[in-house]
Design a protein around this ligand. Sequence first.
Ligand SMILES: Nc1ncnc2c1ncn2[C@@H]1O[C@H](COP(=O)(O)OP(=O)(O)OP(=O)(O)O)[C@@H](O)[C@H]1O
Ligand SMILES: O=P(O)(O)OC[C@H]1O[C@H](OP(=O)(O)OP(=O)(O)O)[C@H](O)[C@@H]1O
Ligand SMILES: O=C(O)c1cccnc1
Ligand SMILES: [Mg+2]
Length: 565
Amino acid sequence: MAKEKEKENGGLVVVEDGLNNNIKGPTNPMVTPLLTDLYQFTMAYAYWRNGKHLERAVFDLFFRKNPFGGEYTIFAGLEECIRFIANFKFTDEEITYLRSTLPACEDGFFDYLRSIDCSDVEVYAVTEGSVVFPKMPLLRVEGPVALVQLLETPFVNLINYPSLVATNAARHRFVAGKSKSLLEFGLRRAQGPDGGISASRYCYIGGFDATSNVEAGMLFGIPLRGTHSHAYVSSFMSLDEIGDKSLRTCNGSGTCEDFVKLVQTWLNKLQCLDSLRGVFGETNQSELAAFTSYALAFPNNFLALVDTYDVMRSGIPNFCAVALALNDLGYKAAGIRLDSGDLAYLSCETRKFFSLIEKEFEVPGFGKTTITASNDLNEETLDALNKQGHEVDAFGIGTYLVTCYAQAALGCVFKLVEINKQPRIKLSEDVAKVSIPCKKRCYRLYGREGYPLVDIMTGGNESPPKVAERILCRHPFTESKRAYVVPQHVEELLKCYWPGNSGKAREKLPPLKEIRDRCMQQLDLMRPDHMRRLNPTPYKVSVSAKLYDFIHFLWLNEAPVGELE
Ligand SMILES: Nc1ncnc2c1ncn2[C@@H]1O[C@H](COP(=O)(O)OP(=O)(O)OP(=O)(O)O)[C@@H](O)[C@H]1O
Ligand SMILES: O=P(O)(O)OC[C@H]1O[C@H](OP(=O)(O)OP(=O)(O)O)[C@H](O)[C@@H]1O
Ligand SMILES: O=C(O)c1cccnc1
Ligand SMILES: [Mg+2]
């Protein structure tokens, strides 16, 4: 049995058998075949009891509306879905639990559950990190209906939040601009440990540069970054608390025996500077002690949180005194963090202060010392800062980013589109909720300027759209909305990530950095009007003329005719 061959590998379970090609188990060990809704098991039983459980079904996973009022979404979470099915197998303990929970079910059903794995399931999916749009299948899952039914909840779970938070990250990146560093600081505010780990991973895909989450750094190789907190600053009372005051020069050629004195000398020089007269007087000495001690601990990476007492009258002058003392010994200070107040104003004042120091004391590059800002930042505050003008180089963002405060869920769904080769449709009073039937193929058509123009779904047996050949793209439900497109490039969107028994080649699961690069490339390719924050243009999602006709034929076939009295 597969599970008997489990072995630990850096905290991740590797199951070695023929089925999974050594694909690791899910990152979160709570992702098991029981991580599904009860109704998936009750349906599986009813399928089984009616001899229907092995009927071949095709389900599409898609969402209906882009999040955050935007017109694009980043697809993420695929690797975890594949890891899940590659290792899908009930344990004896799980079967025992199910038996006790479902006493009405016959024994044979549990023997069936015990026997299944996903070797007979096929998963076609969009490449992780791609820009995707409503109604297009992100995943097409084919297999025995009872088994695929069990996969619905975990698949939707594994894609919903990752895609939502990756999109949120991409939107923050879009507003911040490419030149800024974006740091994900959300772990403490995330919805539980899995929320925190997932946020770090998928914000990185969406364009963040680093995380403060050390576990995510180890698990996924995401760059780690961090500063220090107010507690460190306020824990000091005076300079006397500093133990070892000596510091070796950066090149190791000598030692400054009393670094504290050197810092104080610099603070005096700053206080006497004509150009700073009136800007500050006495600074907070306990803050100076905290900064000095931190510099002694990390002379190569000295960072200071400057807003504990007063940014311009204490934090910045104290930071500069320590940074100039470090500079004497050949070290370059890493920067400051602002965590309250008017971040536009304070960053501009800080930059002026740094530039003045560069000029007065001839310290090349001091004016460019990194300014990091944090404190309840989100898309709107970043946008407001841009409009006002600011001097922030890096943003640390937590709560609004990882909790997806602006929109709680993406709303992915998993709908049956075919069973036993018979296309199925789900009707709804709300046209947007009508599902698009058939086992489909999906393409992105690119125009002359290199932008994606439209996504199109076709029936499985239709010939693919061809470069330079005109094709009619129809809105799936609105008759009047249609356009001819002559694509310059055609990209097939659904690729085989889990071939089951089909004998097809399996797409490799790319490393995280590659997924992130793809995401950045894809966002760069989009036409700017789809990306803007205010009233973005919707990207067109369409069906072929044949599929359009078929949807409407099936719709009429399935919808009962009403009677008027
Ligand atoms: N220039 C700015 N324009 C728009 N929003 C800003 C600007 N500067 C800061 N903000 C935002 O305004 C809010 C200010 O937060 P808040 O009112 O809690 O005050 P604070 O500065 O955090 O004070 P404190 O933490 O000392 O109580 C934060 O969400 C911050 O991101
Ligand atoms: O503001 P966020 O986007 O969530 O970013 C993370 C916040 O976490 C830390 O604050 P802390 O836990 O010290 O709390 P406080 O700032 O609310 O006092 C840090 O100083 C940031 O302000
Ligand atoms: O390193 C930081 O500055 C940090 C980390 C997490 C939350 N707030 C700040
Ligand atoms: Mg804060």
